[in-house]
Design a protein around this ligand. Sequence first.
Ligand SMILES: Cc1cc2nc3c(=O)[nH]c(=O)nc-3n(C[C@H](O)[C@H](O)[C@H](O)COP(=O)(O)O)c2cc1C
Length: 160
Amino acid sequence: MKTLAIYYSYNGNSALIADLLKLSANADTLRLEVENAKHRKGFLKYFFGGWQVVLGKKPTLKPLTVNFDDYELIIIGGPVWAGSPAPALLSFLTKYPLQGKRVALFCCCASGNAGMATERMKALLKGNVVEGEIVFQNPLNNDKNEVAKKVGAWIKELVK
Ligand SMILES: Cc1cc2nc3c(=O)[nH]c(=O)nc-3n(C[C@H](O)[C@H](O)[C@H](O)COP(=O)(O)O)c2cc1C
């Protein structure tokens, strides 16, 4: 099954999951990049990121060249920001509305509780079949083999 993993990552956790999806499912990966992104650290990262969520911002993404029809399964994932999907994910889901696809979602977060993130993504994916969802708690802080096992088990369920 041809699989595409579309992801946004600010600090590398979601990028790790995308890399593992590439390894375990031979997925193509597509990283969402924000135009004129500023890479803030510490308090400013949470402050500006949180405000973007509160204000409902959908930052402009760098153009994507992908044909979604080439894929049977599309995995979409990224970090939870203030209990929601990071704004770049909302930009993607609104700018590129998918229809009639098999979809699966992953979230990375610090707490292990994705809040409303998956529900908000699902709401923007009406007309598709969401076949799975999974949450990773800051995977970069965990044993990479354990994370790889979790990703592998998940993808096995999805492609069987
Ligand atoms: C602006 C901002 C808001 C965040 N809000 C949450 C949150 O509401 N809940 C949570 O568990 N983690 C939150 N986090 C932590 C990230 O979701 C978590 O570290 C995630 O693994 C980062 O993924 P990334 O490295 O792919 O960017 C937040 C991080 C940022 C930068």
